[in-house]
Design a protein around this ligand. Structure first.
Ligand SMILES: NC(=O)c1ccc[n+]([C@@H]2O[C@H](COP(=O)([O-])OP(=O)(O)OC[C@H]3O[C@@H](n4cnc5c(N)ncnc54)[C@H](O)[C@@H]3O)[C@@H](O)[C@H]2O)c1
Length: 438
């Protein structure tokens, strides 16, 4: 791919549209508003707090990421979205019970002004929810047209040139691609015929891309990784990325597994279990939605450990993931891992991880980074799947010919090298010239 000669400036306001304004969506919006006012800091966001080394180590140049590439500023973001419940962002944030009363009171008026637009919703795709704020059209093409109209109105009302969408909605039931997803023409025909294989998230994704709005998928839904969506993305220049925010237990897994593999320590078993009690947990209590999540969570170790290359270390590993809905915990998930490893001469050892995390606190900065980087990609003329954003996902969408990259550290260097490449800087390979003189 050609390096962009010019990245369009991030001038004007950027719309951030969220299909799904629940715990993650409102924690993200509230966090941006609080950071804007200087009340709290956007910790966990690479675009806000991260740095990037440029040039040789001896030069000591490490600008902030946001000074290195032209990103939209926090003050330039305008928030909107869709939900099947009509609660405004303040009410939804209160229900989600993630942020303190003090924090919500400080931005109450701004949050209350954000009202969700009517959702595209087919109950067979999320079985545990029923809401009243749902579009009435029944034909799927008409629904897509209605979402397009929402986007145009939102941009016009807020004087926006650009917008980006991040799916923060519930996890849909597990589905495999069908013929309707194999080309844009087949998908459009399917929309007109209301093909049952077309999900709500696919309707949003299609509508966004048609309106030149990039689409990032925070859930494990079958959406952006479909030939029809990639074709449309190439046609309109709006980028895609996905899928399933990498937070909590999977984040830990992709931090630990590369380390164990680096030391060529063997792994015999990895048992992961969680308790969580938010609405996401309730949706995942449905076996069909859990199946979508399970596929996303199980894939990561395979590609990091590559058992086919080292069968004696990883070939017999037993990997199990469980999610248990436990209402008393709310958003404050607890994830336990038991890892059975073995070392020198095959002697066994164990690692136990008990991560008392906060799901939405970990996910919110990812929403912000994805919004800003997806917008950057579009201004740099990059369409299709943005593999360099794999860093943010449990189940990174990837080109058919390659395996997904799940190692967090490889993902980070890929992301940073892409930023260097965009700016025409040398890529960093960590081959020290002090030992290998040019
Ligand atoms: N929090 C994390 O750490 C994390 C990590 C990875 C993925 N995720 C995924 O992010 C998503 C959001 O998580 P959450 O904790 O905010 O869940 P949540 O249940 O609090 O919010 C999801 C919202 O989406 C809405 N929704 C469902 N279908 C919709 C549709 N078709 N159109 C519009 N709105 C719709 C629901 O009404 C709900 O308000 C979930 O799919 C979850 O699996 C979260």
């Amino acid at each position: 791919m050609e390096r962009p000669v010019e990245i369009q400036p991030a001038s004007g306001k950027l719309g951030v549209l969220l299909p799904g304004m629940g715990a993650v969506g409102t924690t993200f919006i509230a966090g941006c508003l609080l950071a804007r006012k200087g009340i709290a800091r956007p910790i966990g966001s690479l675009t806000q707090m991260g740095t990037i080394r440029v040039g040789k180590r001896t030069e000591g140049t490490s600008p902030a990421v946001k000074d290195f590439v032209p990103l939209a500023g926090l003050d330039d973001l305008v928030f909107g979205g869709w939900d099947l419940f009509s609660d405004n962002a303040l009410e939804a944030a209160r229900n989600a019970d993630v942020l303190s009363r003090d924090h919500l009171d400080a931005i109450a008026d701004e949050l209350a002004a954000i009202e969700p637009m009517k959702a595209v919703f087919f109950p067979e795709f999320v079985k545990r929810l029923r809401g009243e704020n749902v579009k009435e059209q029944t034909n799927k093409m008409e629904l897509a047209e209605a979402v397009r109209e929402d986007i145009r109105r939102f941009k016009k009302d807020n004087g926006l040139d650009r917008a980006v969408a991040i799916w923060c909605g519930s996890t849909e039931v597990h589905r495999e691609p069908t013929d309707v997803h194999q080309s844009l023409a087949a998908f459009e025909e399917g929309l007109r015929n209301s093909d049952p294989a077309i999900s709500p998230s696919q309707v949003y994704c299609y509508a966004c891309l048609k309106e030149q709005v990039g689409y990032a998928n925070g859930a494990p839904n079958l959406t952006e990784d479909l030939p029809c969506m990639v074709e449309l993305s190439r046609e309109t220049g709006a980028p895609l990325s996905g899928k399933d925010f990498k937070t909590g237990q999977t984040l830990m897994k992709t931090i630990l597994a590369p380390g164990l593999r680096a030391r060529v320590l063997g792994i015999r078993g990895w048992f992961s279990t969680n308790i969580l009690g938010n609405r996401d947990g309730e949706v995942l209590d449905d076996p069909e939605s859990f199946k979508t999540k399970e596929v996303s969570k199980l894939g990561v170790l395979e590609t990091i450990l590559q058992p086919e290359l080292q069968p004696e270390l990883y070939g017999e590993m037993y990997h199990k993931v469980r999610i248990n809905y436990y209402p008393p915990r709310g958003d404050q998930k607890e994830g336990w891992d038991n890892i059975d490893i073995f070392g020198w001469l095959g002697y066994p050892m164990q690692i136990k991880v008990d991560f008392l995390c906060r799901d939405s606190i970990l996910a919110a900065p990812l929403v912000l980074d994805l919004a800003l980087f997806m917008d950057l990609a579009q201004r740099a003329g990059m369409s299709g799947i943005q593999e360099w954003l794999s860093f943010y996902y449990k189940s990174p969408a990837h080109a058919p010919a390659v395996y997904p990259e799940n190692n967090l550290f490889v993902q980070l260097s890929k992301l940073k090298n892409t930023l260097r490449w965009m700016k025409g800087e040398d890529l960093i390979t960590h081959l020290g010239t002090e030992y290998y003189p040019e």
